[in-house]
Write a protein that binds this ligand. Structure first.
Ligand SMILES: *[C@@H]1O[C@H](CO)[C@@H](O)[C@H](O)[C@H]1NC(C)=O
Ligand SMILES: *[C@@H]1O[C@H](CO)[C@@H](O)[C@H](O)[C@H]1NC(C)=O
Ligand SMILES: *[C@@H]1O[C@H](CO)[C@@H](O)[C@H](O)[C@H]1NC(C)=O
Ligand SMILES: *[C@@H]1O[C@H](CO)[C@@H](O)[C@H](O)[C@H]1NC(C)=O
Ligand SMILES: *[C@@H]1O[C@H](CO)[C@@H](O)[C@H](O)[C@H]1NC(C)=O
Ligand SMILES: *[C@@H]1O[C@H](CO)[C@@H](O)[C@H](O)[C@H]1NC(C)=O
Ligand SMILES: *[C@@H]1O[C@H](CO)[C@@H](O)[C@H](O)[C@H]1NC(C)=O
Ligand SMILES: *[C@@H]1O[C@H](CO)[C@@H](O)[C@H](O)[C@H]1NC(C)=O
Ligand SMILES: *[C@@H]1O[C@H](CO)[C@@H](O)[C@H](O)[C@H]1NC(C)=O
Ligand SMILES: *[C@@H]1O[C@H](CO)[C@@H](O)[C@H](O)[C@H]1NC(C)=O
Ligand SMILES: *[C@@H]1O[C@H](CO)[C@@H](O)[C@H](O)[C@H]1NC(C)=O
Ligand SMILES: *[C@@H]1O[C@H](CO)[C@@H](O)[C@H](O)[C@H]1NC(C)=O
Length: 414
C-alpha cells in the first residue's frame, strides 16, 4: 500500500530517471516491534590516495544487501546503520524536536583495505566522514519521502541520495501512510522546507501553492496557556495564551521553529514594574519581559535562545521593544497572525495572543484591548452599518421633504 503510494508520487512528479532498487531495512525495537523503516538509494564517489603518490576517485553504490546491526531506536533518538561490503557502513542519526523529527548527521565509513573498491589505495585504514543531510522538520508519525536527488559533498566524499523513504520513531509498530515530502519533490515551492502531504491515495495532494508567496511551511503552532503564580496556593498573577513560532537567520539559512506547548514549562515572576515569563522547551528558551509604565504596560524585552540540531546555539535579544501595549488592569489581545522583527536575525510570529502581565484579578483575564488588525475586522462592518444608516436617513429625509412640498403645493392649487 505504502509502496504504491510512494510510486504514485514518484510518477506524478515525473522522476523516472532512477529505478534502482535501493536498500530496504526494518529496524525492530527491544519488544521486537518495527521502530524504524528505511528504503534508500545512495551512491558514493570517494577520493583516495594511491601508492604511486597520486589520487584516484572510486565510485560505487550502496548495495541492496545490507545488514542493520548497530541500528537502534529510543523515544527521542534513533540510529539507522547500514553495513555493507568489506566493513563499510552508512549511518544516520535521528532526533525528535517537538512534534517533528530530523536527521542530524550521516556518518559514512569506508574501509580502504577493500581492494575491490579502492584497488590502488596507499592506506589500509577505515576512514569516516560526517555530513549533515537536509532531512528536517519531518512531522512525527510520517514517513520522509524524497525521490529527487540530493548530493551531499564533503572534502573527499560525495554522496548522492535518491528514492529515499524513511520513517524514524514509528509508534505501535505500524508504519505511517502519511508522507512528509521533501521540497525538491514539490514542483512549485522551489526552496521551501518540507511540507506534510496528507494521505496519498488521491493524486491531488500536492495542491500547488503560488510560488510568489513564501507560504508558511510549518503547521500553525498549537496555542498554549502559560500562567505564572506567585506561589503554589495563589491564583495566577501573569496570564499568557498564545501560539508562537520563531524565525531565525543563521548565516544564509532561515529557519522557523514552532513552540510546542506540550513540552514547554512556563516560569517567571510578577513584579510591580516588571514581570517576566520564561518558556523552556526542548530546544528553546524564550524570555518575555513586560514593563508597567504606571498606566500602561508593554512587552519590553524578548530573548530567544535556541539549541539547534546542528549543535549551534542561537541567541538573540532586544530589550528596547514597545509591543503589546495596553492599560494596566486590562489585557492585550491579538488573534490574527502577527509577525514582529525582534532583531535582524530574529522574528517572532504569534497567533491567538492574549496576555496580562500585571494586575490580574481572580486568575482570569480582564477586559481585552485588541490590536489594530483585530479591531479593523470589527470596524469594517461597523463602517458599512453606519454608511447604510446614513443612506436610510437621507432617503427618509428626502421622502418627507418631498411629501411636504407636495402637500403644500396641493393646498396652493386649490
Ligand atoms: C564532488 O563534487 C564536486 C562538485 O561536483 C567535485 O568537484 C568533486 O571532485 C567531487 N568529489 C568527489 C570525491 O567525487
Ligand atoms: C611523493 O610526493 C612527495 C612530494 O609531493 C615527494 O617528496 C615524494 O618523494 C613522492 N614519493 C613517491 C614515492 O613518488
Ligand atoms: C550517482 O548518481 C548520480 C545521479 O544519478 C550520478 O550523476 C552520479 O554519476 C552517480 N555516481 C556514481 C558514483 O554512481
Ligand atoms: C577491511 O577490509 C579488509 C579486506 O577486505 C578486511 O580484512 C578487514 O577486516 C576490513 N576491516 C573492517 C574494519 O571490517
Ligand atoms: C596497514 O598498513 C601498515 C603499513 O602501511 C602495516 O604496517 C599494517 O600491517 C597494515 N595493516 C593491515 C591490517 O593490513
Ligand atoms: C495521517 O493520516 C490520517 C488519516 O489517514 C489523519 O487522520 C492524520 O491526521 C494524518 N496525520 C498527519 C500527521 O498528517
Ligand atoms: C479522494 O479519493 C477518494 C476515494 O479514494 C474520493 O472519494 C475523493 O473524492 C477524492 N478526493 C479528491 C479531492 O479527489
Ligand atoms: C498551600 O496549601 C497547603 C494546604 O492547603 C499547605 O499545606 C501549604 O503549606 C501551602 N503552601 C504555601 C506555599 O502556602
Ligand atoms: C498535546 O497534548 C494534548 C493532550 O495532552 C494532545 O491532545 C495533543 O495532540 C498534543 N499535541 C501535540 C502537538 O503533541
Ligand atoms: C504600576 O506602576 C505604578 C507606578 O510604579 C504602580 O503604582 C502600580 O501599582 C503598578 N501596577 C501594578 C499592577 O503593579
Ligand atoms: C538571553 O538568555 C540567555 C540564556 O537564557 C542568556 O545567556 C543571555 O545572556 C541573554 N541575553 C541577553 C541579552 O539578556
Ligand atoms: C509580516 O506581516 C506583514 C503584514 O502584517 C506581511 O506583509 C509580511 O509578509 C509578514 N512577514 C512574514 C515573514 O510573514
Amino acid at each position: 500500500m505504502f509502496r504504491y503510494a510512494a510510486f504514485a508520487l514518484f510518477f506524478i512528479f515525473g522522476f523516472v530517471s532512477h529505478l534502482s532498487l535501493g536498500a530496504e531495512v526494518k529496524v525492530m525495537d527491544k519488544d521486537d516491534k518495527l521502530c524504524l523503516y528505511a528504503n534508500v538509494t545512495v551512491n558514493f564517489s570517494v577520493l583516495y590516495a594511491t601508492s604511486d603518490n597520486k589520487s584516484e576517485i572510486a565510485t560505487f553504490d550502496l548495495p541492496s544487501e545490507v545488514t542493520s546491526n548497530g541500528s537502534k531506536c529510543s523515544n527521542t533518538t534513533s540510529t539507522l546503520k547500514l553495513n555493507f561490503g568489506a566493513g563499510h557502513s552508512w549511518s544516520v542519526n535521528f532526533t525528535v524536536n517537538g512534534n517533528m523529527y530530523q536527521a542530524d548527521s550521516i556518518t559514512f565509513s569506508y574501509n580502504l583495505s577493500d581492494s575491490t573498491i579502492f584497488s590502488k589505495s596507499a592506506l589500509n585504514d577505515t576512514l569516516s566522514v560526517d555530513v549533515r543531510p537536509h532531512i528536517t522538520d519531518v512531522s512525527m508519525n510520517t514517513c520522509y519521502s524524497c525521490m529527487s536527488e540530493e548530493t551531499i559533498r564533503s572534502d573527499s566524499v560525495n554522496q548522492t541520495l535518491w528514492n529515499v523513504l524513511i520513517q524514524a520513531f514509528i509508534s505501535n509498530g505500524t508504519q505511517s501512510k502519511n508522507l512528509t515530502t521533501c521540497s525538491a519533490d514539490l514542483p512549485t515551492t522551489p526552496t521551501a522546507s518540507p511540507t506534510t502531504v496528507a494521505p496519498v491515495t488521491n493524486a491531488t495532494t500536492s495542491t500547488p501553492t503560488p510560488p510568489t508567496t513564501p507560504a508558511p511551511t510549518l503547521p500553525t503552532p498549537t496555542t498554549g496557556r502559560f500562567n505564572i503564580k506567585p506561589d503554589e496556593n495563589s491564583t495566577a498573577c501573569l496570564l499568557a495564551n498564545f501560539a508562537l513560532r520563531i524565525g531565525i537567520e543563521l548565516g544564509e539559512k532561515y529557519q522557523e521553529i514552532n513552540l510546542d506547548p506540550n513540552v514547554t514549562t512556563a516560569s517567571g515572576s510578577c513584579g510591580v514594574n516588571t514581570s517576566e515569563l520564561v518558556l523552556v522547551s526542548n530546544a528553546l528558551i524564550i524570555v518575555l519581559t513586560f514593563t508597567n509604565d504606571t498606566k500602561k504596560f508593554h512587552l519590553q524585552a524578548v530573548n530567544v535562545t535556541a539549541n539547534l540540531s546542528s549543535g549551534v546555539v542561537f541567541s538573540e535579544a532586544n530589550s528596547s521593544l514597545s509591543l503589546w501595549e495596553a492599560a494596566v488592569g486590562s489585557s492585550y489581545m491579538c488573534n490574527k497572525e502577527q509577525n514582529y522583527t525582534i532583531t535582524g536575525k530574529l522574528t517572532i510570529f504569534t497567533f491567538n495572543l492574549q496576555v496580562q502581565p500585571f494586575a490580574v484579578k481572580k486568575g482570569v483575564f480582564s477586559t481585552a484591548e485588541e490590536c489594530q488588525t483585530d479591531s479593523e475586522s470589527f470596524l469594517v462592518p461597523i463602517a458599512v452599518g453606519v454608511a447604510l444608516l446614513v443612506l436610510i436617513l437621507i432617503v427618509l429625509l428626502a421622502y418627507f421633504i418631498g411629501r411636504k412640498r407636495n402637500m403644500s403645493s396641493g393646498y396652493e392649487s386649490f
